[in-house]
Design a binder for this molecule. Structure first.
Ligand code: FA5
Ligand code: MG
Length: 566
């Protein structure tokens, strides 16, 4: 079903200003703190830091499995090591005999049997690209904030990448066996802490703050981490922004609850009517399916329809702004620039929203998923002290928007420190990215027999094996993204191969593809062959350099994953 039709044509210009003024400038918002002390601060465009609300130093469950005696023996040296970590260089793995750990964002973590952080990922935890004014990630963040701004929204960022498993999974209703919890998909700092897999990890804290302040909405931007496949649109670190809007129930003493609900629906209608129009082509079917994507028992269906309508129209407005700015900057296929933009809402399933939706956009001939969203689960709002409120939340991938906005073809470029990349972007401005050169690729194959068990699959806490080769979308809650047609032996996970390659090759690897797979007819052993494409974005790699990298990859696959080379 098509709802809105009329194309928008914006003529190409070398550089287009973002069309909306940066309305965040007059924002007067609050900082969220442990306990209740709240710092009020007036800002000039800078969003608020959104710190953790829970203490970090909980005992690791792996330790609880050990005998009391061994804990007594180990405890003093463990504590001394933990103290020492505070003085160590931040974000590097420190080893001391049998103990290892790291200082991440000022907090010391001693690794346990669940930890699976690699040095290369730790090294990326303090880059804060969303805070560098002339960086495309920051420019895109500001553009989103200009649509979701005061007086309805306060805008925040969170620097500390570590989240408790309680915040990242439990508080959001992830079942114990959800594939998103798997060590093959998620980076565990220790058994109780992860590198956040999505910005929804901050929902509980944000909603509690909203309950205290009776505020109506927020955005939170942060870096998120997922063990994933390697190609031009996947990187183990990317950026998300979470947005939420809540309508509280105001019930004056002389009104019944029913009358108050009626007034709130009226307010919702007014809020929808006040949204700016747009002229995208929107496919929006099926909008609701009561069996697959149900209304919540606490909700009034008519009101949910209004909340969803507000969510969808508001997000469409953002997409309209982004694509208008991109087209004006001359980004995209010139042969289709006069055609109206097509977007579609499809059903999705998250443990923390119902009903849930994703928005996809037709970009260069393919449907590209931009955002996951839905009506917030009422128990989450109730737990935060808002049992009588209703609202929506969404989580958008900033790189996905930025690649479209600036025409950036490879996600690795966002991490480049090459001035030929960085000098192309200016705050508040959308410019078409001009590739400075394409350097030659160097392909290397590695073929091996898969072992019967793998390090990631073995977990004393029974954190599930992901079982979804190369698909880490489940770490954001969407379990339907896990691929049931598993091609690997169940104890072996492709993401472990990816992690070794990423750790050795870093941004010098463009992609890794499975090129051959077979099972030996007699022994039943499985063989896999991966093709690794080494290509720098900044220079030509020498043969010796690539051979050395590939040699290290091969050695580590054997040493760490127990594969047998063919
Ligand atoms: C989530 O992460 C949910 N937390 C979103 C959400 C928030 C739903 C609030 C409901 C309410 P998902 O895994 O689909 O969902 O990721 C959200 C968006 O992040 C995607 O639509 C996409 O734009 C982006 N994204 C996901 N994986 C990647 C990736 N590997 N690389 C780049 N962007 C990604
Ligand atoms: Mg998704």
């Amino acid at each position: 079903m098509r709802l809105t039709v009329t194309g928008v044509v914006v003529r190409a210009a070398r550089s287009a200003r973002i069309t909306t003024p940066q309305r965040v400038t007059s924002l007067s918002s609050r900082v969220f703190r442990t306990g209740c002390s709240i710092r009020t601060q007036s800002t000039q465009a800078a969003p608020q830091e959104f710190p953790h609300t829970r203490p970090h130093s909980r005992p690791a469950e792996g330790d609880l499995l050990k005998s009391q005696k061994s804990i007594q023996e180990e405890e003093p040296s463990r504590r001394a090591f933990q103290n020492r970590l505070k003085e160590e260089k931040a974000n590097t793995v420190v080893q001391d005999g049998a103990l290892s750990g790291a200082n991440v964002s000022g907090t010391s973590y001693v690794f346990d049997s669940i930890s699976n952080l690699s040095p290369s990922i730790l090294n990326l935890t303090d880059r804060r690209l969303y805070d560098i004014p002339d960086h495309p990630i920051c420019i895109t963040r500001k553009l989103i904030e200009s649509v979701f701004s005061a007086p309805f929204y306060t805008n925040h960022t969170v620097a500390d990448p570590v989240s408790t498993t309680a915040d990242n999974f439990d508080a959001l209703g992830f079942p114990a066996d959800h594939p998103g919890r798997s060590r093959t998909d998620t980076y565990y700092v220790d058994s109780k802490h992860v590198l956040r897999t999505h910005t929804s990890a901050h929902q509980a804290a944000a909603f509690s703050h909203m309950a205290r302040t009776k505020s109506s909405g927020y955005t939170i931007c942060a870096d998120v981490y997922r063990r994933d496949s390697i190609d031009r649109s996947h990187f183990p670190v990317f950026h998300q922004m979470e947005g939420a809007r809540i309508w509280h129930l105001n019930q004056p003493e002389n009104r019944t609850r029913l009358q108050a609900m009626k007034m709130r629906k009226e307010r919702l209608r007014e809020d929808i009517a006040s949204l700016e129009g747009h002229n995208l082509i929107v496919e929006d079917a099926p909008t609701f399916d009561k069996a697959r994507n149900p209304f919540q028992i606490e909700h009034d269906e008519e009101e949910v329809r209004l909340v969803v309508q507000h969510l969808k129209r508001n997000f469409e407005l953002l997409i309209h702004r982004i694509f208008t700015a991109a087209t004006a900057a001359g980004v995209g296929d010139p042969s289709t620039k006069d055609e109206p933009l097509r977007v579609r809402w499809v059903e999705a399933y998250f443990p923390f929203t119902s009903p849930s939706f994703e928005l996809e956009v037709l970009w260069q001939g393919e449907w590209l998923e931009l955002v996951g969203s839905g009506v917030v689960q009422q128990p989450i709002l109730s737990k935060a002290g808002m049992s009588r409120s209703i609202g929506w939340a969404w989580g958008v991938g900033i790189e996905r928007l930025a690649m479209v906005l600036f025409g950036i073809p490879d996600i690795r470029l966002f991490w480049s420190q090459d001035p030929r990349f960085l000098s192309q972007f200016k705050r508040g401005t959308v410019t078409k990215y001009e590739p400075f050169s394409k350097f030659p690729a160097c392909y290397k194959d590695v073929a091996f027999w898969v072992p019967a068990t793998s390090p990631s699959a073995a977990s004393p806490l029974n954190i599930p094996d992901g079982g979804n080769a190369g698909v880490a979308a489940a770490a954001g809650g969407d379990a339907t993204k896990a691929n049931p047609a598993e091609v690997q032996a169940s104890a072996f996970h492709e993401n472990d191969v990816m992690e070794v390659v990423r750790d050795v090759g870093g941004t010098l690897v463009e992609d890794v593809k499975l090129t051959d797979e077979f099972v030996h007819p007699k022994s039943g052993r499985k063989s896999l062959c991966y093709r690794i494409n080494y290509r720098s974005l900044e220079r030509t790699l020498t043969n010796d350099e690539v051979n050395a990298l590939h040699g290290t990859v091969t050695e580590r696959l054997v040493g760490e994953l127990g594969v047998e080379l063919r």
